[in-house]
Write a protein that binds this ligand. Sequence first.
Ligand code: GTP
Ligand code: MG
Length: 356
Amino acid sequence: SEALDGTDLASRMAVRGAEVVKRLMEMGTIVTITQSIDADTAQLAVEEFGHKVRRVSEADVEIGLKGEDDTIDALLIRSPVVTVMGHVDHGKTSLLDAIRSSDVASGEAGGITQHIGAYQVETPKGARITFIDTPGHAAFTEMRARGASVTDIVVLVVAADDGVMPQTAEAINHARAAGVPILVAINKIDRPDADPNRVRQDLLQHEIVTEAMGGDVLAVEISATQKLNLDKLEEAILLQAELLELTANPDRAAEGVVIEAKRGTLRIGDIVVAGAQWGRVRAMYDDHGAATKAAGPAVPVEVLGLSGAPQAGDEVVVVENERRAREVSEFRHARTREKEVARGAPLNLEQLFSEI
Ligand code: GTP
Ligand code: MG
């Protein structure tokens, strides 16, 4: 297909050509506005402007506004990615443990400890759901904010004996800010002091109007430890997922977020950049701790082979070759450094020398 130049990129992103040339220059690519740009560089530049890129072929880059995705015919239904949030001790991890123990697929791998805080479970009817656990402790605000932004649905766990608490309210705000639908799991209904209606009442003050209150937010009464109504919760999640019409193209190069791979298929041998780190995927382990060779859309995996540890929430992309990976990584390192300098962070000795 036709090679791209700065004018193409600028017009597709509705920015001035000079802006594109300047951004490319900052990335170490010196071009004039009419000079053709290779697809990888174009993709990076476009992502720097906060746009989504779809690669139609090796050489081709199409720019979509955020949220736009692959051509319709390449898309398959993908399983929803669900983040479980709520106040400390309201039972998020217990809920995931209970759901996981009912996982149809977990039989074979059996009892292997997972490390990634994310699981994909298969429901009795064969549908899959990917769950991400988050801590409720106040110190993890940022993790919850990221959690909300990388998922399709937030399951808000509220203990029926405790009601809406500070981190419940905070989770609601994160989900709203990220535009992610909320589904409520009213937990611990086995407790003698459980009062599910009070939870529904409390939620009204945060403009969460559950069905029983005449609204359209689904709320399911559960007990994680007694394994009550877990099937109903899964059904509610799948219902919500259906409304969202979640799709992905498993044939494209993988793109995801650390802790959560979302689109495309990641394979052993792929060269990935995760935040400012890069490497060749040497080994992958699924949520049962079993070695795996490929991870499709919405499948959580642990990846070995990176040059260093990325940050939770960092974006992961697959690139063509090691040279490109190094470039992207160096560029991102430099950008991080710039931000630190802008914030007035002190330099360490090594950075000081590399800066001179
Ligand atoms: P953080 O990760 O610290 O935010 O807590 P969490 O929300 O993951 O809560 P966790 O699952 O660790 O549960 C906290 C306590 O509540 C544990 O002692 C659980 O056994 C208990 N618990 C969780 N779910 C239920 C339930 O349905 N009924 C009863 N009775 N206890 C529950
Ligand atoms: Mg927990």
